[in-house]
Design a binder for this molecule. Structure first.
Ligand SMILES: *Cc1c(COP(=O)(O)O)cnc(C)c1O
Length: 459
């Protein structure tokens, strides 16, 4: 078959057989499908040979670029031994090495005060890491003999994944509301979204009034709350909402004060995204449970970890007959290929001093954001490290949003695509999450193309 014929066949077969995630398939069927066949560094290539800058790190997972030699080699090497064996009743070599490495890394990064995160529970994606965290927190209190802590406190605009437990603690109406009859009840608190403060306050005069709301809820209901779950510093899928300084630390202090666990969902923020290895580092916070996934394998393979303190782990110890066992596990838990990729990813962090070398590029991004904040339809710009959002508004004076149907974010993304940059917006928010390894030249290209796209589309 000719190259062109083969390509045409792929597009037809995609449209015939695949149902894409978070995608209105009617639109998909009407548009040209971009089908990726190759990647290199921070670029991805489609079957027609067109290269795109991967401006979203393949949905926030890629760290060191595509076809990173060290990670490629590590997976190949592991293949010489075994691709997969179960963690139920067995262990495997890369999973053990990675667990030790992660515990060292986390406890090195987070200044530990009372307790340390010393136990690793594997699963295979961010949502499952969150499910594990919720079930652990819930059952921890039962094992401690404290009854009634059956609920959770979560934030508006939160995103913790798409499985039903994770959706229950989610707070994005567009994604979550349709499923509300299926969800367990939670307590919610305002999103620390300063640009559109639910409490009509202005930072810093507000004295973090949103934190007081959490305290009000905990004061009254902590006997029913197992844990507070939070995306530290950045509510990512909610629109790259960056919480004001002191908020995360405040949440930690409230959890301690009212005897509820703190679950930090670092699935998006972990592995350097915010400019430090973990977002919790920025405010010297140690959660009781921490979820990590996306960047853990450098964006190579599905893998997730839920870290827990000794205190939580110990509560599940008991005689076999007492059934204190944590009854949870997935088929691909602790997959050796994925763990080998994760180990190689951490090696690259060390060898290339990824976090250190990221700092000047964060400065570039900060400067660019400041510059474009003057554009007439840019309402708000916000970022923490390499997680950035540009919120477009119809009317800047009154912060009037574009109507959802206007697809303003998508129009900017399509414009950028025509100029060789792939991005995916969150509603009216243009999202920038490039691979940490991006060169300053390529970062400049990304920023130039997006700036032009915003100007062209909002003119
Ligand atoms: C992406 C994400 C998840 C879900 O991870 P999946 O691997 O997509 O299931 C959970 N929490 C946060 C903060 C995320 O950004």
């Amino acid at each position: 078959m000719s190259i062109l014929g083969d390509n045409k066949y792929l597009e037809e077969a995609d449209k015939k057989y695949i149902w894409h995630p978070f995608t209105q398939m009617k639109d998909w069927l009407e548009e040209e499908a971009i089908i990726i066949s190759e990647g290199r560094d921070c670029f991805i290539k489609d079957i027609y040979g067109r290269w795109y800058l991967d401006g979203v790190s393949s949905l926030w997972v890629n760290i060191h670029g595509h076809r990173k030699k060290e990670i490629d080699d590590a997976i190949r090497q592991q293949l010489e031994y075994i691709a997969h064996s179960t963690m139920l009743g067995l262990s495997n070599v890369p999973a053990i090495k990675l667990a030790e490495r992660l515990i060292q890394l986390v406890n090195l990064s987070l200044v530990t005060r009372h307790s340390s995160l010393n136990k690793v529970f594997y699963s295979d994606n961010g949502s499952t890491a969150v499910e594990v965290a919720l079930k652990m927190a819930f059952q921890y209190w039962i094992h401690k003999g404290i009854d009634g802590k059956y609920s959770f406190l979560s934030l508006k605009n939160a995103y913790h994944g798409d499985t039903l437990g994770a959706v229950s603690v989610g707070g994005i109406d567009m994604f979550h509301k349709a499923f509300s009859p299926l969800l367990f009840k939670t307590y919610d608190a305002p999103s620390p979204y300063c640009y559109r403060c639910e409490l009509d306050e202005t930072y810093p005069d507000c004295n973090l009034a949103c934190l007081e709301r959490i305290e009000d809820t905990l004061k009254e209901n902590s006997s029913e709350i197992a844990a507070v779950i939070i995306e530290p510093l950045v509510q990512a899928a909610g629109g790259m909402i960056v919480s004001p300084h002191g908020y995360l630390r405040g949440v930690r202090e409230l959890c301690t004060k009212y005897n509820v666990l703190m679950i930090a969902d670092e699935v998006a923020t972990g592995f350097g995204r915010t400019g430090k290895m973990f977002a919790c580092e920025h405010e010297d916070v140690v959660p009781d449970i921490m979820c990590i996934s996306k960047g853990i394998t450098g964006g190579y393979m599905p893998l997730a970890v839920t870290l827990a303190t000794d205190e939580i782990y110990n509560a599940f110890l008991g005689e076999f007959k007492d059934s204190k066992t944590f009854f949870h596990g997935h088929s691909y838990t602790g997959n050796p290929l994925a763990c080998a990729a994760a180990l190689a990813c951490l090696d690259v962090f060390e060898k290339e001093e990824t976090i250190k070398n990221l700092q000047p590029k964060i400065k570039m991004l900060d400067t660019w954001l400041k510059e474009i904040s003057n554009l007439p339809h840019v309402g708000d710009v916000r970022n923490k490290g390499f997680m950035a959002g540009v919120e477009l508004v119809k009317n800047k004076e009154i912060k009037k949003p574009y109507a959802w149907e206007e697809k303003i974010g998508w129009r900017v993304a399509y414009h950028a695509r025509e100029n060789g940059v792939f991005i995916r917006p969150l509603g009216n928010v243009i999202v920038l999450v490039p691979p940490l390894s991006i060169s300053p030249q390529n970062l400049k290209q990304l920023l130039d193309v997006i700036r032009s796209a915003i100007i062209a589309v909002t003119a």
